[in-house]
Write a protein of this length. Structure first.
Length: 267
């Protein structure tokens, strides 16, 4: 099983880097945003983090949506319509190995983007390195896994490549809105915070920001500066967030089992 998954991972990696649209949109755009956005942000601090840090951590969250969801939906739909998935399933590759290889590709690309974003933040903008790298990596991997599973499920409902925008754009807009990229979630109205609390993007954003700054952005209220947290404390304050992500992962796997299609869709 491991050998099959590794084989599919290497194949998926090769396809990704040989597809210009994937490299530019899913890989390049977040890096472009991460490099340019802090340059145009005004000086200042919001709830314990500078505006530049808010932008960089927001871009890291965007990586989850663009690499983990948008790119994978497009890739799966394209390969399904081109009969590639059907041919792969006709080989010795188990179904789990096919999905495992795709999800590992998403995680590998996402981690590479994370390293490059941190390097740019430090070298170009003088932003401190993450206070808790372990929490940052675990949060990113968890987020990518959840959104990759959602992409597998959503791809089964998309008729063809030309219609992937129908599911991709709402996810991207929700990511921008609820990640704190444009406005701190802690300052949302109460009813909107309740909605945000059950969406998968919110704990990802909170975990990324907590890990980067070393403060408890999970329980932040209003514009108050959150208290500092240690390395182990960061994992603890994310307790409810881990539960939300686990629930979405289970739901996505269930939906993927019901909705995913190996055969091309017509019409």
């Amino acid at each position: 099983m491991k050998a099959y998954t590794l084989s599919q991972f290497l194949l998926s990696q090769k396809i990704f880097w040989r597809t210009p649209a994937s490299v530019v949109v899913a890989f390049g755009l977040p890096l472009l945003f991460g490099g340019l956005m802090p340059l145009i942000m005004p000086d200042g601090e919001v709830g314990g983090a500078t505006m530049s840090v808010y932008m960089v951590t927001g871009v890291i969250v965007m990586v989850v949506a663009m690499t983990g969801f948008l790119n994978l939906v497009e890739a799966l739909v394209g390969r399904r319509q081109a009969l590639i998935l059907k041919r792969l399933r006709g080989t010795e590759l188990p179904d789990l190995a096919i999905f495992g290889g795709e999800i590992l590709t998403v995680i590998a690309v996402g981690l590479l983007q994370l390293v490059l974003l941190i390097a740019m933040a430090k070298l170009l903008h003088g932003i401190d390195l993450p206070a808790d790298p372990a929490l940052l990596v675990v949060t990113l991997i968890a987020g990518l896994a959840v959104f990759a599973a959602l992409a597998v499920a959503a791809s089964g409902r998309v008729p063809g490549q030309g219609t992937t925008v129908m599911v991709s754009m709402p996810v991207l807009l929700l990511t921008i809105g609820f990640s704190g990229f444009a406005y701190p979630v802690s300052e949302f109205p109460g009813w909107l915070r309740a909605v945000a609390a059950v969406l998968p993007i919110t704990p990802i954003a909170q975990g990324v920001r907590t890990a980067y700054v070393g403060r408890d952005f999970v329980h932040q209220t209003g514009s108050a500066v959150p208290p500092e947290v240690g390395v182990l404390e960061g994992f603890q304050v994310m307790g409810s967030g881990w539960l939300v992500l686990a629930a979405w992962l289970v739901a996505a796997l269930w939906a993927g089992k019901r909705w995913f299609r190996w055969e091309p869709r017509r019409g």
